[in-house]
Design a protein around this ligand. Sequence first.
Ligand SMILES: Cc1cc2nc3c(=O)[nH]c(=O)nc-3n(C[C@H](O)[C@H](O)[C@H](O)COP(=O)(O)OP(=O)(O)OC[C@H]3O[C@@H](n4cnc5c(N)ncnc54)[C@H](O)[C@@H]3O)c2cc1C
Length: 584
Amino acid sequence: MNPAAAQPALPLDRLVVTPAADAERIELDVLFVGAGPAGLAGAIELARLVKRDNETGGGLGDVAIGVLEKAEALGEHSLSGAVVNPNALRELFPELADKDFPFRGPVTKEAVYLMTAGGQVRIPTPPTMHNRGHFIASLCELVRWLGVKAEELGVNVFTGFPAAQLLARGDRVMGVRTQAAGLDRDGKPGAGYAAPNDLIARVTALSEGTRGLLSQAFFEWQRVAADNPQIYALGVKEIWETKQPLDRVIHTMGWPLGDAFGGSFLYPLEPHLVALGLVVGLDYRDADTDVHVLLQRLKLHPLVHGLLAGGEMVEWGAKTIPEGGYYSVPRRRSGDGVVVLGDAAGLVDVPSLKGIHYAMQSGMFAARAIFAALKADDTTAARLAEYDRLVDESFIMRDLYHTRNMRLAFKDGFYAGGFKAALMTLTGGRFPGGRIAVEADAAVERMAAPGASPTFTPDGKLTFSKVDAVFKAGNATRDTIPSHLIVGKHVSPELARRRLRGGERCVAGERAQLRGLQSHRRAGPPLDAARRGQRPQVQADVSGACRARAPYYGAPSQHRCPLSPPGRLTQTFGHTTSLYQTTT
Ligand SMILES: Cc1cc2nc3c(=O)[nH]c(=O)nc-3n(C[C@H](O)[C@H](O)[C@H](O)COP(=O)(O)OP(=O)(O)OC[C@H]3O[C@@H](n4cnc5c(N)ncnc54)[C@H](O)[C@@H]3O)c2cc1C
């Protein structure tokens, strides 16, 4: 089974459009699209540079800086571990001490375990996984804190506005158009309709995070490639209030993963508040791999069970991580009137599971390049290429180069990869030389072995169904958003049935079963051609994880779910999906 074969091309004609003369428009100097660590650090750094310039008689004058965020409130779509390397925060706020940052505490102890089904062996912590000097944090809290700092500096933060289209004239990016809000089931204006807005800026900084819609459109439109395609992992995470305390950062490898790449983490936000997550590379070969279910199984392991027993799961979330590393970073992350930051540019080091400080640092580099461009009154590609130079010559690309093949070595399986990664660690990344070539996740052939995966029945106390889990994500999407899962006419009956069976592929699939498609699952008749192209009734409030699954369904250039219309599943049609609160 090859998911890539079922993917339509990225609809660039609808993602990159010219600004309409009569559209409502907001004019800014600089617009950051996405209020994660990258966008907010960039906005803060730029606002400070402008302030300093004006205070010292530089004469730049007022610079209108905006940050557009699709979540209804800052942090609600932020999900991470998170163990944070504080370097970028220290550089951004030299006047503050570590105790002033919104950290939950320092990492004081850590342990790495190789798991088997019934036990575990503690192994020496690999150098890339050392976290001494790092801090445990909630990314939601960090993002909210950065948002306050940005607003104090006069940055305009617009929440609840997904950017849906890139506005361009010729090769120049002019800004973005937001998604219309209040569309009904058929995509027509309904109650509470609000027309899209055009936000026009001299520089647009795309800081949308992993699999950013407009960032991917930009790279494809401008034909900016990387040596390898980007590959992704899916991280599923739960926050637990526990009866037993946890005093250390724990990482595990091995069981319950078979040959797939990945591992789990347990981070104590407080001694009795634990972040538990499982991250699995989406280049797995077993078509029945289901990260949510694997996480549920992990909780039954004595090491984890002993910690969680009697406790309560208080929050759940899922998000992808760009895992390709050095060879998947696009050759340029800038263009005429545009720069791309953080996860949207693939700036993540997977062996250490770190992206936050790289995202923030890239935002600061972008701010410095944009500031110089504004001073020179020249925001062309040639000027903004300074951002690429800053990133390329920094610790960001040095770190990524150092671990360049470590994740890629696992494309042939866990044990072969583990052996090669150990050699790479010993030789400082020099063995094996050259680049390990990988294919996009969706191009990896999947094997389905009927009956191989035992069914899993959650107990509702320690283990949960996906629908219950999504409820814990705080998903509040209204039921009447436009249908956004459609069985593409080109999708084979086998693949369509598999997706609609859904439990293992897409949270939405479960509700699809509940609402009208049960017969297809139970009786198992092939979906006939007439049925394909129809809209399954999928309730919006369970569909939040589609974006998390998107890489599985297709390569960056062909990344729609085979159940979806052309276009991404990311836009929220005027209402939010997840509402991560304090802990994720
Ligand atoms: C399970 C998991 C564990 C992790 N653990 C760690 C860890 O321990 N330490 C670490 O350093 N890193 C960790 N990471 C990685 C880290 O979270 C990311 O590298 C980091 O958040 C990237 O920051 P960013 O600003 O680039 O993107 P994000 O944090 O993803 O922020 C992007 C923002 O843009 C918004 N957005 C997206 N598209 C649009 C749009 N079209 N319009 C408007 N808004 C939009 C999103 O809602 C979001 O708020 C982890 C990631 C995961 C998934």
